[in-house]
Design a protein. Structure first.
Length: 482
């Protein structure tokens, strides 16, 4: 039986070079290099043109292209219909196979070839989108890998013949539990023999991955009016190369609260839709290559603390919907202080003690959620590097200036380096090291500007939600016009 499963796994394995789910943990020797602030890249003309062509397509077709790229082994991001570096690279990977121009735009022939390649991979895995009657969610199941169907305590269950791979769905009715409480339990250090390799909490979902001595798991849970719905897949470590790519496809297919009719079986391309490159004059598209994003923290009446990298080289800076002016900046710490009329908030106190290595932190950042930028909570850890303090967190471009709070809700630091590129695993960002100014750098910078941010004593530890409730109102989005 194990040999039969091994054969099926080899036949359904997609070529995901370097996309294993173990990537969130990086070698300690790389932390110092990764924490250096990268120079702001100039807009790529090819990528701008490719974005315009991509966004001229109907949303269903944009999502279908990203889904097909996943099955072709060329994309490991979230299927959102939004264009970014991962989609650009994925399309160029497909084009390279046919010796096409690396312009990020699929010709009709390349689009057809991509759809055929993805369909073949799906068929090899027996991948089917099913409506799980026990939870109400929709999820893709690789039936050739998971032919055994059963029920779990909170939903459905699919297993391999030999039991080495198990996928469970689960649902919790409204008002019986919270996303935050489940996240705290899912990441608790009290569970013996389990190592959490990645964790991400956002307002409407969380993702946790981890491993034991012999196995790996991926868990996703979403919150909505109908309660909590999610899935967990666990598998033998020996099957990592074969199962990791399927986890990406399953995560991309998961729809916790579906609306509308079930997509037709076997539909790979939502059509009919115009292929990229066939429209002579596409309608105007709002390309955002001239904008960059960041975050700032209100430290007093009309005063916002942020990173120097969030406002350079900007022609104009907008904070929370209001125009901002630079008051002072400091190259050594990477900090900047802005004057912003109309902003005021009761800022939490500053942490005065030095951060211990691997100190637990909560970052409040702004990121893309459902095509819109919104505030979100991200987990982090303080780390010591050769150049100072860094934070190990799942940050994306546009999250420079995000403040980090300790578990007492005190300001512990502020991210001073903007990630230079977007990188996702199974639709989520892995944890990497990013330069951060800690309390020892923030206090003297503010003092030189004539601003005093009181320190606060350590108190009881707070949950992630309580930290966000305490400090989140002081965090504002920054928009930089280049």
């Amino acid at each position: 039986m194990a040999n039969a499963l091994s054969f099926r796994l080899r036949s359904t394995t997609m070529r995901f070079a370097g996309l294993g789910l173990a990537v969130p943990l990086l070698a300690a020797s790389l932390l110092s290099a990764q924490a250096q602030a990268p120079a702001a890249p100039a807009p790529n003309p090819q990528m701008v043109a490719a974005q315009a062509a991509f966004e001229a397509l109907p949303e269903a077709e944009r999502r279908a292209i990203q889904t097909d790229l996943i099955w072709a082994g060329a994309f490991n991001g979230a299927v959102s219909g939004s264009f970014g570096p991962l989609t650009f690279r994925g399309i160029n990977t497909i084009k390279a196979a046919s010796k096409g121009t690396s312009d990020g735009i699929l010709t009709p022939a390349e689009r057809k070839a991509l759809a055929q390649r993805a369909a073949a991979a799906r068929d090899a895995a027996g991948f089917r989108l099913i409506a799980d009657e026990r939870t109400g969610a929709r999820i893709g199941i690789p039936m050739k890998l998971l032919p055994k169907r059963d029920v779990s305590p909170g939903g459905g269950r699919w297993q391999s013949e030999d039991g080495r791979v198990t996928l469970d769905t689960n649902a919790t009715p409204p008002a019986t539990d919270t996303l935050e409480a489940q996240f705290e339990r899912a990441t608790s250090a009290a569970v013996q023999g389990r190592k959490i390799t990645y964790k991400l909490l956002r307002p409407d979902f969380f993702v946790v991955t981890g491993e034991t001595a012999t196995g790996k798991f991926y868990r996703r849970l979403s919150s909505g009016p109908a309660g909590l719905r999610g899935f967990t897949i666990g598998y033998d470590k020996a099957l990592t190369q074969a199962v990791d790519p399927l986890v990406i496809a399953i995560a991309a297919s998961f729809d916790p609260f579906p609306t509308g009719p079930m997509p037709a079986a076997g539909t790979a391309v939502a059509g009919p839709a115009p292929a990229q490159g066939t429209t002579a004059a596409p309608p105007p598209v709002a390309v955002r290559a001239s904008e960059r994003y960041g975050a700032g923290f209100v430290v007093g009446d009309r005063l916002v603390l942020t990173a120097k990298a969030a406002i350079e080289p900007c022609k104009a800076v907008n904070v929370g919907g209001r125009a901002a002016k630079l008051r002072v900046k400091d190259d050594a710490s990477g900090l900047a202080l802005l004057d912003v009329d109309g902003v005021s908030a009761a800022a939490p106190g500053l942490r005065s003690e030095a951060l211990g290595d691997q100190a637990g932190l909560v970052l409040v950042a702004y990121g893309n959620t459902g095509g819109q930028r919104a505030a979100m909570a991200l987990p982090g850890q303080g780390v010591k590097t050769g150049s100072g303090t860094a934070v190990y967190a799942p940050l994306q471009p546009g999250q420079v200036g995000s403040p980090a709070f300790d578990r007492q809700g005190r300001l512990a630091g502020l991210v001073t380096a903007d990630p230079s590129d977007k990188f996702l695993v199974a639709g989520v960002a892995p944890q990497r090291a990013h330069a951060m100014a800690d309390g020892a750098a923030i206090a003297p910078f503010l003092s030189k500007a004539g601003v005093s941010l009181p320190t606060a004593a350590a108190t009881v530890e707070l949950s992630t939600g309580a930290v966000v409730d305490k400090a989140g109102k002081s965090v504002l989005q920054i928009v930089c016009t280049l």
